[in-house]
Design a protein around this ligand. Sequence first.
Ligand code: SAM
Length: 244
Amino acid sequence: AWFGNERVAEADKARRVHDVFAKVASRYDLMNDFMSGGLHRLWKSSLIDTLNPRPGMHLLDVAGGTGDIAFRFLKGAKGEGHVTILDINDHMLAVGRDRAEKQGLVGRIDWTCGDAQSLPLPDRTVDAYSIAFGIRNVTKIPLALAEAHRVLKFGGRFLCLEFCPHLAVPFFDRLYARYSDVVIPRLGGLVAKDEPSYRYLVESIRRFPAPETFAQMMRDAGFETVTHRLMSGGVCALHSGWKL
Ligand code: SAM
């Protein structure tokens, strides 16, 4: 029975995640700017700077949603890189495809609807793997990490941006908690007309492991030289690991 309940909880979470992103897809980009005060742009640019795109590089951007990481990567690779965007939600991918068309980037991107926990790619096929604000939505994080390790070539890099459950400074942590509990759901209600989805997002951040715990999960999946860098006072972290 315990096993059965766990399976039900997992299916519930997956369905909930799907519903949340299906509902917010059309307002997702606008909401990111509102909620982070534009900071998400800097965090994403840091990921791309760290990745240091080279012409010819093949990036797999998992939970790639509306394409923010992919577009920045292609700019960095001077139009000569290639990205596979994988996301479990067709609504998010559809918004991304429209954006790519407007930016003339269609030919350099593959769009794949799929699950981070079972990637539809052969072993050792990508130079880099990125996942920005996506891994906390995955039901079984160790499975997603194992899959990331499997599809990377030797010498390939894994980069993950994710929110941290707590800030290092207690005073700011309390302020941040109030911002998360009060402001984010209200903004979600006003701008995206969907307060419950934004409550879910706040909850999912609180449940995500602290950076040190996540670093250990990366090592357990086989990544080496695992490091992380806190950004904006520890609101989020950029995690890096290598397949060596
Ligand atoms: N990476 C984009 C960004 O930074 O703007 C989108 C992040 S958005 C907060 C999270 C994305 O994760 C959603 O598009 C959602 O559909 C996707 N997602 C959730 N669970 C997933 C899974 N198991 N496999 C692949 N994508 C998933």
